[in-house]
Write a protein that binds this ligand. Structure first.
Ligand code: HEM
Ligand code: HEM
Length: 182
């Protein structure tokens, strides 16, 4: 099933979920590496890769939002405070996965260096060249990523716990089927 239904996640949503999740793991690792480096000719490609994959995440998140407007995802399994917490967590993860690449792009613009995607396309600056803004925006980029990591720990932990409890939460994001164990 390509589309979501009131009970199940369709193929498009599942591919977007796991594809973006994989990219986020790579991006956090790459970001932490380059955050500790002095930019130079030998490591410039790592910066380019981080920027290119980061803008890809921004594009995929935009696609995910548009897709979910067209094909709404199912509500979290169960109800009560856990379902509310799941909804708030998912909403905040969405917001962060837009804000993190945007602050990275804005901070990169503030350096005055062209932002090049996959060594091929230059994207326009979205902030004026300013050392003060460069420092502030990179600090924000870093802080928002830390917040994301905390929420993802909660998110993955909750998904695993619910699966162990047997309500089929993880299974429906992996296989698209909802077959709770009894
Ligand atoms: C999912 C998207 C992204 C994630 C999770 C992410 C994460 C990170 C992290 C964790 C750091 C290290 C921060 C530090 O320790 O100071 C970092 C640094 C950096 N990010 Fe991102 N980033 C993303 C997208 C982007 C984008 C789209 C751009 C630019 C177009 C970008 C540009 C940079 C640059 C240039 C640095 C190095 C900053 C420095 O030298 O201190 N990032 N990123
Ligand atoms: C690492 C980056 C990850 C991100 C950014 C992320 C993000 C999200 C978001 C935003 C949703 C809400 C559904 C939607 O609107 O698409 C979701 C659902 C879900 N995620 Fe993740 N996720 C990540 C990793 C994981 C991991 C590692 C697991 C498993 C351990 C997991 C399991 C699930 C499950 C089971 C759901 C469906 C929850 C429900 O039924 O309501 N996710 N995820």
């Amino acid at each position: 099933m390509i589309r979501n239904t009131p009970e199940t996640f369709g193929l498009v949503t599942r591919l977007l979920h796991w594809g973006i999740a994989g990219l986020v793991v790579v991006q956090v690792s790459l970001g932490l590496r380059i955050g500790d480096m002095q930019p130079g000719l030998s490591n410039l490609w790592l910066y380019g890769l981080h920027k290119s994959l980061g803008v890809t995440v921004l594009a995929l998140m935009t696609a995910r939002i548009l897709w979910h407007l067209a094909s709404p995802p199912p509500k979290p399994v169960g109800g009560g405070w856990q379902a509310t917490l799941a909804r708030v967590t998912h909403g905040t993860i969405y917001a962060l996965l837009l804000a993190i690449p945007l602050t990275g792009w804005a901070a990169s613009s503030a350096t005055g260096i062209d932002t090049l995607l996959f060594d091929r396309w230059t994207i326009p600056p979205i902030a004026p060249v300013s050392p003060v803004w460069e420092t502030r925006l990179f600090a924000l980029h870093d802080l928002l990523t830390k917040l994301l990591l905390a929420l993802l720990a909660l998110h993955a932990g909750a998904a695993l716990k619910r699966e162990m409890d047997g309500d089929g939460t993880l299974r429906r994001m992996v296989t698209g089927r909802r077959t709770p164990r009894r």
